[in-house]
Design a protein around this ligand. Structure first.
Ligand code: RP5
Length: 168
């Protein structure tokens, strides 16, 4: 999406891309400029910290971090910026033994004062919707679009109920 990015999506590895594509998809559908980079809390902590430190000055408003296994990416980003950081735990990597529970706990269990807003395992789309809700606080146009989107969800529920259970 063209324009100065407002949302930075950080992937712990190129192997996370297929699991995180939903975030860009949602941001694109609301025409929110965003960028994606690959970094790593463990393989390249310096790059991760430098990205987080520069983020606010570059105009980014929210960071989304997707990582699997011992997923400290979102936490390391949060250590180095006061921008809101949304963590997406992923069921990824060479070991599927924990099905993403390892990443969930690594992402969500942050020390007091340095929060990571953690979504569900594989919740890339919801990370983007949460980022949109944050951006909408200062953007009435986006706020209206989100309201309209929620109305579509409500109508879909009613429609599905009518279709499967006539008269409801
Ligand atoms: C994590 O380890 C990454 O976020 C990825 O989910 C997982 C495996 O990475 P690769 O070995 O596929 O690069 O740091």
């Amino acid at each position: 999406m063209a324009g100065k990015p407002l949302v930075g999506v950080v992937l712990g590895s190129a192997s996370d891309l297929p699991l995180m594509g939903g975030a860009a998809e949602v941001l694109d559908s609301f025409r929110i400029p965003h960028e994606t980079i690959i970094s790593s809390a463990h393989r390249h902590p310096e790059r991760t910290i430098a990205y987080a430190k520069a983020a606010s000055g570059r105009g980014l408003k929210v960071l989304i971090a997707g990582a699997g296994m011992a997923a400290h990416l979102a936490g390391v980003l949060a250590s180095s910026t006061i921008l809101p950081v949304i963590g997406v735990p992923l069921a990824s990597g060479s070991s599927h033994a924990a099905n993403g529970l390892d990443a969930l706990l690594s992402t969500v269990q942050m020390p007091t004062g340095v929060p990571v807003a953690t979504v569900a395992i594989g919740g890339a789309k919801n990370a983007a919707y949460l980022a949109l809700a944050m951006l909408a606080l200062g953007d009435p146009g986006l706020s209206e679009k989100l309201e309209a989107f929620r109305e579509v969800l409500r109508l879909e529920v009613e429609e599905k109920s009518r279709e499967l259970f006539p008269g409801t």
